[in-house]
Design a protein around this ligand. Structure first.
Ligand SMILES: [Zn+2]
Length: 138
């Protein structure tokens, strides 16, 4: 179901809780429906942005949105840069310091544990969305 995008910063600054397999799967479809409804300006979406404080995010890869469940950054490159980012929950664009690459651990919707190094735009989206899980907005 397409959900309204939360813009209330008192909700957005809440920390999300762990996604529970066997209970929270419904969130993934709502996230996908909502992200696809905003496809022209959506690079990623976090569960808190549809009002559910659970650790599940979507990251755009090519033309589709990929779910990352309970994502956590294990390592950040020392190299950083200043990115200009927008957010569906916020007006306009803001600048933020990002790491050039990040190593992330997460689970896929079928529960598989994955660890991978990301760089470039995907690393930037991951940092933005994982920040959302921790109540941090740009
Ligand atoms: Zn955002």
């Amino acid at each position: 179901m397409i959900k309204d995008i939360i813009k209330d910063e008192s909700i957005l600054t809440q920390k999300s809780e762990h996604f529970i397999f066997g209970e929270d799967e419904y969130i993934i479809q709502d996230l996908l429906d909502t992200a696809n409804a905003h496809k022209e300006n959506c690079a990623g979406l976090a569960s808190i942005q549809i009002g559910i404080p659970k650790k599940v995010i979507l990251v755009r890869q090519g033309n589709k949105f990929v779910p990352f469940i309970n994502p956590m950054i294990l390592q950040k490159s020392p190299k950083t840069y200043i990115a200009t980012e927008g957010c569906l929950s916020l007006d306009g664009q803001r600048t933020v310091k990002r790491h050039a690459s990040v190593k992330v651990v997460w689970r896929t919707p079928d529960g598989t544990r994955k660890v991978q190094m990301f760089n470039g735009y995907t690393a930037e989206i991951l940092q933005h969305e994982i920040d959302h899980c921790n109540g941090i907005i740009i």
